[in-house]
Design a protein around this ligand. Sequence first.
Ligand code: FAD
Length: 580
Amino acid sequence: MSEYESHEYDVVVIGAGGAGLRAAIEAARSGSKTAIICKSLLGKAHTVMAEGGAAAALGNADDRDGWKVHFKDTMKGGKYLNNWRMAQIHAQESADRIRELEQWGAVFDRTPAGLINQRNFGGHTYPRLAHVADSTGLEIIRTLQEKGIHSGIDIFMEYTVSHLLQDEDGTCTGCVAYNRVDGAMHAYSAKSTVLATGGITRCWSVCSGSWEYTGDGHALALNAGAELIDMEFVQFHPTGMVWPPSVRGILVTEGVRGEGGVLRNSEGKRFMFDNVPEMFKGDHAETEEEATEWVRQVVAGEKASVRRPPELLTRDVVAKAINKEVAEGRGSTHGGAYLDIANQRSAEEIIAKLPSMHHQFRELAGVDITKEPMEVGPTAHYVMGGVRVDAESQESTVNGLFAAGEVASGLHGANRLGGNSLSDLITFGKRAGEHAAKRADTLAQPGIEDAQVQSAITEMLAPLNREGGENPGLIYDEMRDMMQAKVGIIRTKEEMTEAMDDLAAFNERQAACFPGTSRKYNSGWHQALDLKNMVDVSTAATLAALTREESRGGHTRDDFPGEIEEWGKILNIIHMENGE
Ligand code: FAD
């Protein structure tokens, strides 16, 4: 029998990014005894890395904007596979959530009239992203954390949740976690549990995500019997760094293009003019002169009276266009495209609007973006797929289990518009916290069933008790390379069928790996436990991608190019049956 410490809460939130913090604040404000459990230190969640801004139709930079235009843009960007009700709630409520952040102390960039300033981003008809230069996530996390720690929330930092607890009806009754520092085990009884664990992009070797993005929440939900939807839709952001190799994949914010940056191939051609899909024809400039005039108007603070440059097409379109240039031999020196802001804006403007990008390229690539173009290429950035939730409450198909933020699905359909994640976190984080608290109000504290906790602990400790085996780091690297090669930006039946076999083999290897014997800050052990989740979510993503025989948004099939009408009405739902 293993020892563990027991805890009791009304609401347990797993994750301390924007969605988790906002959910916990709302639950605590509703009077629930609330805890947050997070894998890293508070303040280190992925949200802190967000750069360009949070989309909300405040109408400050252009008063033609409003929730209906935001709703339309979101649905169109998602290729109409979005949950329309979530898109409506998001468009209607996100502006209030941004204003609320301002009341809680967030200092956004300002318009000359002193209102929250908004910048242009791909797929948004009007300038819509509330921002703080190119470090918006940092300001949002700082604000939510300050609000959160004064709301009486208990915080368990550097704890990883490995299992959900369930009663005989399958209702979620809490979770089990281990402390990463000393390996101690903890069991939580919770009337409501909120998953806010972020995304899965660490499953690909070229990605913009941090070490935490191993899809834990997706796997926890799947293993608890919840449904996942849209898992084939993985967003490859068009502009990650491509050089030097040690920084490949690190994000270059879309804010660069929002501020007027242009994309060129090795022949100096502005190739996006040749890549405007039928559904976006009419929305974008057709000549360099028109695009240049748009930038002039934006810089002058005028309402744009001409069409946006084609660099501001949605991310799926731009990523595929860059991929095509490289594949056809017109890529940049290191296999990407050239992104130039130096010839569009003054050095002072670039440093004021994009200070992190200026610093990032100077320090990591030795490139001065006020003088030279950047080299950029697609990087796995965001998963549109995740836990299927009720639009109003964010409850999953498992009673008592809620999900918000990147781990949840529905809002973005086949492709997310930039900026719509930060606003998603605060809009649906709030709703998840509110409804989790409401549910908790009606229930008695569930008991912690010792046998379930013991079984979870036995599974967790298994890697430490093996007598030899492969190091988990080797499996981790190989699996990510395999997903990059076979389930990447362009997909085929042949490669994905191979990937399914490879994943079955990786599953066997992870189940036999050996990270050493220590429970004290043993990162190999943590990785061994993450690997199981990575296999589960990679399998879900591959299976969904294999099933969808068309190309749409973040899912491109070489063997099924183009959208097929019937698929526009179908969602792939993944769930476990008898552990499979
Ligand atoms: P996260 O912020 O990732 O938080 C997840 C939390 O869950 C963390 O606290 C983690 O420790 C915890 N966790 C995970 N697994 C476990 C576990 N097993 N046990 C316990 N805790 C766990 N979007 C925009 O809208 N605008 C932008 O400008 C923008 N810029 C971006 C820039 C970069 C570089 C990147 C990578 C993304 C960007 N995005 C942007 C996307 C956006 O930042 C993310 O989608 C969003 O922050 C996810 O927030 P979240 O709250 O869902 O999860």
